[in-house]
Structure formats: structure tokens, C-alpha cells
Design a protein around this ligand. Structure first.
Ligand code: SF4
Length: 348
């Protein structure tokens, strides 16, 4: 802790976990209702994961090709264009492109991919590259991350996803994903992206070896970054998926602990507009319940997903838009289809 105020802030935030789930839910719901009433946002998107061949070995990862997942792949640009074409034909408005740290895919490859995608499909929103990937690709190209971010923007990337944040605490980070972008650089990359007038999201991977203290520390660091650069659209607390990885986790969080964490995120991150209950890691049922605990978004149709599903999530084939709409309505909320920047497209 840097000073007395930060110490007080941290302790007060920690006390939120001592409240019962209904009190916390009510506090979070008041903020949510003030911002968005009974709206629940979703979008029509498509995840494309160009490669799972990775130079890093994060202990929690079931996606990258390793001895528990012997299925290395790297898509060609032609294959990606075909996937994008199909996705757009069935209604995707956003391509969400994230993958592994593959030394064969350099900066030039990515910039070509983005500008070709934009040339072929000018209407699509390109959400691409986590801050961890930006950091990796910058080092590979021997360029600063600032230069890489500027080139990404010039090549048509519209916004950045929030992955790679994991847990900011340096000791936990070192244990679960040593070698990956450090916490300060993750925040600086998003900060610089925001100075280019662009938006991004932020995540936190929880429910593994971290403690409540580490989660609060993570949320407070994000709150401060948002005060400085202001470009985070949504915060996405990702629940750890337990299959096919090397992290030895003995105790998994209960539904109550997950909902408390979502509610606390809403309370601490009042300066980030949206809290997303990402159905791919929560399951659709809990993602809908989370709307009573501060969340206002469940992500989207996804169509195809390789990262969370590699570790046990039931998200490999996405979900139909009609199913999302019916689940949201059934829970007494108003389904609102949005674009990637939260402009409202249609209310159902
Ligand atoms: S989480 Fe990302 S960087 Fe880490 S091993 Fe998996 S693919 Fe590689």
C-alpha cells in the first residue's frame, strides 16, 4: 500500500465481503438500476482464435497446445477470412480475435490480417489482441507497445478485449503465469490505447489460488487506471475453469462467492460503465442470476469458442440469439442487443 488513504480504501473494500449476499446484491443492484434500469445487454459476435501454439506456459491455461492438449493449430489468413465470412452471414457484428503467443505470427502477419479483414468486411467491428498479446508481439518485433498500438489502430482494430489481466498481484501472477505481461504494463497498454481515443475491456480471472485480498487489490488498481484514462467500457470477472491445466486448485468458489465478487465489482468499479457476467465462464443460469447482483451484460452469441471450452466450459458452439433473449425475458429483464461499444441496436 502506498499511503494511508490507500490502506483505508483497501480495508473498507475488504469489509464488503463480510456483508451477507442479499445486502451486497441490493447495494450493487441499486447502482445497476440507476445506470441501466432492467436492461440486459448482449451482442452478436464471433470469437476467432487464430492459434493455440504458445511460447508461454500459464498454469491455468487449457487452451494452448501442451502435453494435456496435444492439438496444435494455426489458422491461415484464408481460413480466418472464410470463418469471418460465415460468421457475418449468420449475423455477427463483431469479430473477437485473441489467441496464443505464437512466434510464427509476427506483427506484420497481424497487421495484414486486420487490414484485409477491414477491406473485405468494412462493416465489422474488430476487437483484437489482449494486452498480453500486444506485449508479446511488440517484443518479437522489437518495437514499443505504443508503436504497435498505433499500427493496430491504423490497420482497423476498433477496440481491445480485456484478457490477460488474470490477477494483478505480483506474487500470484508469478505463480500462475510467470513470463506473461506484468501488471503495470497491462494497465499502461490499456492506458495508452485509451489516449488514442479507443475503448477496451478489463478482466479478472478468479476462483483459483488467489484470495479475496488479491481480488480487491485487482479491482482497486483498475479503478485507478479508469480514473486516469477512462476508456474501459466493461469489466468482466472470469471464473476459473478447472480442466486440462496445471494449476493445482483445491477449493473452488461457491455460487455465493462468485455472486459476491460480481456485486463487489459493481460497487468498486462504479467508474466503469458495464459489468459483464460472461456466460461462457459462469454458465447461462448463473449469468442470468448475476443480473440481480450488479451485472448488466452477458456477452453474446460467440458462435464458436476455443479458450474457455478447452478448460471445461460449455461454450464451444456458442448460443442462439433467440435463447439469450428468452432467458433474459424469463428472468424479468429487458433484452437489449448492443454493438461492441454499447450503442443500442434493438430492444426485444
Ligand atoms: S493463457 Fe495465453 S499466454 Fe498463457 S499459455 Fe494460454 S494461450 Fe499462452
Amino acid at each position: 500500500m502506498a499511503n494511508n488513504n490507500e490502506f483505508l480504501e483497501f480495508n473498507n473494500a475488504m469489509k464488503l465481503y463480510e456483508l451477507d449476499i442479499f445486502t451486497l446484491g441490493k447495494m450493487a443492484d441499486e447502482i445497476r438500476q440507476k445506470k441501466f434500469g432492467k436492461k440486459v445487454f448482449f451482442n452478436s459476435n464471433r470469437h476467432i482464435n487464430p492459434t493455440n501454439e504458445c511460447a508461454d506456459i500459464c498454469k491455468f491455461c487449457g487452451f494452448s497446445a501442451h502435453r494435456k492438449n496435444k492439438n496444435p493449430y494455426t489458422l491461415s489468413q484464408e481460413e480466418i477470412f472464410k470463418e469471418a465470412q460465415k460468421a457475418i452471414e449468420i449475423g455477427a457484428l463483431e469479430l473477437h480475435i485473441v489467441g496464443a503467443h505464437n512466434p510464427k505470427l509476427d506483427l506484420k502477419w497481424y497487421l495484414e490480417l486486420f487490414s484485409n479483414l477491414k477491406a473485405k468486411f468494412p462493416q465489422i467491428h474488430l476487437k483484437a489482441l489482449t494486452a498480453a498479446e500486444v506485449n508479446y508481439i511488440s517484443k518479437l518485433a522489437n518495437k514499443s507497445y505504443q508503436e504497435v498500438l498505433e499500427l493496430m489502430a491504423e490497420s482497423g482494430v476498433d477496440s481491445m478485449p480485456g484478457g490477460g489481466a488474470e490477477i494483478f498481484d505480483e506474487k500470484i501472477r508469478d505463480y500462475i503465469c510467470k513470463g506473461k505481461v506484468d501488471s503495470k504494463t497491462w494497465l499502461d497498454i490499456h492506458g495508452y490505447w485509451h489516449t488514442l481515443g479507443k475503448k477496451s475491456n478489463a478482466t479478472m480471472l478468479f476462483g483459483h489460488v488467489e484470495s479475496r485480498e488479491h481480488r480487491i487489490d485487482h479491482l482497486l488498481r483498475l479503478q485507478k487506471q479508469q480514473e486516469k484514462s477512462g476508456g474501459f467500457n466493461a469489466f468482466i470477472p472470469l471464473v476459473y475453469q478447472k480442466e486440462n491445466n496445471f494449476l493445482k486448485v483445491e477449493k473452488f468458489p461457491s455460487g455465493q462467492e462468485i455472486l459476491k465478487t460480481l456485486a463487489i465489482s459493481r460497487i468498486i468499479l462504479e467508474n466503469i460503465p458495464h459489468i459483464k457476467a460472461y456466460w461462457a465462464t459462469l454458465g447461462m443460469n448463473l449469468a442470468i442470476v448475476a443480473q440481480e447482483f450488479g451485472a448488466d451484460d452477458i456477452d453474446g452469441t460467440i458462435q464458436k469458442e476455443a479458450i474457455q471450452s478447452a478448460s471445461g466450459s460449455k461454450s464451444a458452439n456458442g448460443i442462439l440469439k433467440e435463447e439469450i433473449i428468452s432467458q433474459i425475458k424469463d428472468a424479468g429483464f429487458i433484452p437489449v442487443e448492443r454493438d461492441s461499444l454499447y450503442n443500442e441496436i434493438q430492444t426485444y
